[in-house]
Design a protein around this ligand. Sequence first.
Ligand code: DGL
Length: 290
Amino acid sequence: MNETDAYVMAEADASAISLGPIGVFDSGYGGLTILRELRKALPGYDYLYLGDNARAPYGSRSFEVIYRYTLEAVRELFKRGCPLVILACNTASAKALRTIQQKDLPGIDPTRRVLGVIRPTVEILDKVSKTGHIGVLGTPGTVASESYVIEATKLFPYMSVAQQACPLWVPIVENSEAEGDGADYFVKKYIDELMAKDPQIDTFVLGCTHYPLLIEKIRRYAPSGIRILEQGQLVAESLKDYLRRHPEMECRLGRNGEVEFLTSENPDKFDVLASLFTHQSVESSRCSLD
Ligand code: DGL
């Protein structure tokens, strides 16, 4: 064996054993509500969070733009060593996940995986709803994609799924106004509009990872007896199950319990608001996406 061959083999060995973090992506801060639950359910793993805060919110953007931005983020997380990326954003899951899985991943690296948050949420609907009437609260992009309606009725054809776009909820959260009095008006408005579409709704799906930050007000204005589904625990349980079923992926994940944060905006600004979501101090680094 000559020197070059030995070098190539050593490099191949190194890459075969290099372990990487679980990538968690959101347009901004919302995915931190998912990360929080992932860390509770799967504490030993390493995580790399990426918020595209410079270009958030995604909710009112076109399909093409959301797909392009999401793919850039996935490539960045792959470049930084993540074997697995969770799109912790309903808008990105609704508009970009399928195309990335089917069209892009085979060309980029067929051994890596990108998973979303919609399917794990929909899968448990039959266990929580008695009437089979579901109300989905989401961004305009998620609602327009009809992903929840399509996925839920595919699994449970008898279900009736009403949707309500809540275009102001993400800006309220991103601007630290979730606890302000102004938020009440828009929380009540969208809930009333949803219930007017179908008074038999007994389950709300918070179909946006930012909405858990508004949970107190959502509970206040939801009719009594409504079940409110937050996604964090559902996604975490689903990932746990996925890793159990896919040991070939599980063995590629780093297990030092480390968490790193990246943002496409100013890190100081990110750290302040991110700590509201994570309930602990956050120190992020800047990462440019394109
Ligand atoms: N957190 C994202 C979601 O779950 C939406 C935020 C945005 O509009 O960018 O849909």
